[in-house]
Ligand binder design. Structure first.
Ligand SMILES: Nc1ncnc2c1ncn2[C@@H]1O[C@H](COP(=O)(O)OP(=O)(O)OP(=O)(O)O)[C@@H](O)[C@H]1O
Ligand SMILES: [Mg+2]
Length: 237
């Protein structure tokens, strides 16, 4: 039998039990002009997941509050590394060229040109929305601004909506579901529950997928549709 030559960098995805190769860097922007809806929570958890899967991962923080970079500074050395990028200072200049995944954490209160600038950099956009009338109203205004951008008008990005901090079987969750279903050009892709695990993980510089299974399996299940969407063509133009 001849020698077996290993091909460089196919990544084994234990979740779907197949091999995936990233041919081009993926740029995933987590954004909503509304503050406190979970942008940094989703960005950091997604970055941790990509790194755990063996991908070269960068996390760009465009928020002066530096929440994502604060989280990264807590990341234990024995966890798969993530490159932190100070996006709010010098954009994406320092993103490693060989990165497979770039996750971008956007600041709250982005409007007009600022939205344009961020959206220009991504082909996949995640919008977290909380089950609250204030958040839904703010998200409507943000979504209208987003639809005005060239990138969205030219259908060069896909937008996924994530219901966050949900308590199921509540009236407001029912209203949020209907609201998300009615959003034009945007697809509801996941429902994440309100859970202490997010605070637990954040304080340790890890993602919820790096918490023990007995503690976090319910949240892993809620993430599954979001991850499926991200790995699929549905999240790419
Ligand atoms: N699913 C969740 N369950 C419990 N707490 C959550 C969840 N998602 C976010 N949080 C908490 O809500 C708060 C706001 O979340 P986060 O900082 O991710 O929002 P943000 O949109 O990035 O805020 P900002 O607009 O200020 O940047 C944090 O304290 C975070 O731990
Ligand atoms: Mg934030």
């Amino acid at each position: 039998m001849g020698d077996i030559t290993l091909v460089e960098s196919p990544v084994f995805d234990s979740r779907i039990n197949t091999t995936r190769e990233v041919l081009q860097m993926r740029h995933i922007l987590v954004m909503n002009a509304k503050g406190g809806c979970g942008k940094s929570t989703i960005a950091t958890n997604l970055a941790a997941y990509c790194a755990d899967e063996g991908y070269i991962t960068a996390l760009a923080d465009f928020d002066q509050q530096q929440t994502s970079l604060d989280w990264l500074s807590l990341r234990p050395e024995d966890r798969p590394p993530i490159t932190g990028i100070r996006g709010f200072e010098d954009g994406l200049r320092h993103v490693p060229r060989n990165a497979d995944y770039l996750i971008i954490d956007a600041p709250a209160r982005s409007h007009g040109k600022e939205i344009d600038e961020l959206v220009r950099r991504a082909e996949t956009i995640i919008i977290p929305v909380l089950p609250s009338p204030i958040d839904m109203a703010a998200t409507t205004r943000f979504a209208n601004e987003l639809r005005e951008t060239k990138k969205i008008q030219n259908k060069k990005a896909k937008i996924g909506l994530v219901a966050n901090r949900v308590r199921e079987n509540t009236k407001i969750y029912g209203e949020l579901s209907e609201y998300l279903d009615d959003m034009k050009n945007m697809k509801p892709v996941a429902v994440l529950r309100e859970a202490q695990n997010y605070n637990r993980a954040f304080g340790r510089g890890i993602g919820i997928h790096e918490l023990p299974e007995y503690m976090a399996w319910q949240d892993w299940n809620r993430w599954e549709p979001l991850l499926d969407w991200i790995w699929s063509k549905r999240s790419q133009p």
